[in-house]
Design a protein around this ligand. Structure first.
Ligand code: NDP
Length: 331
């Protein structure tokens, strides 16, 4: 038996979330390459908040165990690439959406989806980084591949006190960029400065409709907010700069003109962590293992138990959670 958060859909299509003890036999079967993992830590991501509360239709099969990421140890494997005892992490691939996920003591997943946990990171640190830190690193890699470098000017990070934002601030500051953090939480300015932000701005300055082209300021942008915020960020991106877009905390819309693209050569770089190919994942995790700041990890992450994830989910969606909630599935 193992403990898991368990999501069921009622007859009137409401999501019912509870903590349940499940039988190992209930774990989904894989014809080949199936790997059973004893999970140590999972996390509460924005998408997990949506799944647990039923706020958005991210769950594609019922019943579902939520949790889009986890770190653990291989318990049994039909995949010759993985042996019992191997330390692994998993991000995305529809886990927690269409396959049972990480907010549980056990999971059975495809061996194709696993990444070996880098030796430099323990399981807690790997999940403190989790999908948020890994996505922040994918954004950093996208900006670097576009040629954005510290000498070209400032980087704007939106949703800065959230999981993706906190890691983006820390990683970019560590690489020598001057980072400007946009937040709705004035009280978290010291937290953001401690992570490496050179300046903290009120997200209200970016949240409303703005001019199609604004004074050029940003060499690059990491945006986890979307909507008017991303539109304004692009409108103020410098000639030849780029914005990496990975989230929709303000909205899924993008109300803007093509002016920044066709008059300033600005690039909008889409970042997806869920289906990212393995070589890109390995590059991101290897850069995270080498470059993630232990002090920042300690400042960003807070440990909670499996049952606490249920009450934390609506607070996360309300934007009330700072940094990352790491779920100790055995607590
Ligand atoms: P968090 O909830 O930890 O952070 C989101 C942050 O966005 C909040 O802390 C808040 O920061 C800001 N925010 C919240 N509501 C609003 C609003 N109405 N307007 C403007 N800003 C707002 O989530 P994550 O960091 O885990 O994820 C951020 C986004 O990125 C989500 O949309 C998520 O779905 C997406 N994502 C996408 C991935 C991908 O593969 N593309 C992977 C991971 C996440 P503050 O108070 O500082 O402004």
């Amino acid at each position: 038996m193992f403990n898991a958060l368990y999501l069921e859909q009622t007859a009137d299509r409401q999501t019912q979330a509870s903590l349940k003890a499940l039988d190992d036999a209930a774990l989904p079967a894989f014809d080949a390459r199936g790997v059973t993992v004893d999970i140590a830590y999972s996390t509460l991501n924005y998408k997990d908040g949506l799944a647990i509360t039923g706020r958005s239709p991210v769950v594609r099969k019922w019943p579902m165990v939520p949790g889009i990421d986890f770190a653990g140890t291989v318990a049994a494997s039909d995949d010759p690439r993985w042996q019992p005892g191997d330390p692994v992490v998993l991000n995305g691939w529809g886990v927690g959406e269409s396959h049972w996920g990480g907010l549980a003591q056990r999971a059975r997943v495809s061996g194709d989806w696993l990444v070996r946990r880098p030796e430099a990171l323990n399981a807690f640190e790997a999940m403190a980084i989790g999908t948020a830190g890994y996505t922040a690193m994918l954004c950093v890699l996208a900006l670097e591949k576009h040629g954005v470098a510290p000498a070209q000017g400032e980087i704007l990070v939106t949703g800065a006190s959230g999981g993706v934002g906190s890691f983006a601030v820390s990683l970019l500051a560590g690489l020598g960029f001057r980072v400007v953090a946009s937040t709705g939480k004035a009280a978290e300015a010291d937290y953001l400065r401690a992570l490496g932000a050179a300046e903290v701005i009120d997200r209200a300055t970016l949240a409303a409709p703005g001019k199609p082209l604004q004074k050029e300021r940003w060499a690059g942008v990491v945006d986890s907010v979307g909507s008017h915020t991303l539109a304004n960020a692009c409108a103020a991106t410098r000639y030849g700069g780029a914005a990496a877009a990975c989230g929709l905390a303000q909205g899924m819309d993008l109300p803007m003109t093509v002016a920044p693209f066709i008059l300033r050569g600005v690039a909008l770089l889409g970042v997806d962590s869920v289906m990212a190919p393995l070589p890109l994942r390995l590059e991101a995790w290897s850069r995270l293992a080498a470059g993630a700041d232990r002090g920042a990890i300690a400042a960003i992450a807070r440990r909670i138990g499996l049952a606490q994830a249920l009450e934390a989910a609506p607070r996360l969606l309300a934007g009330e959670v700072r940094g990352r909630l790491v779920v100790d599935v055995n607590a």
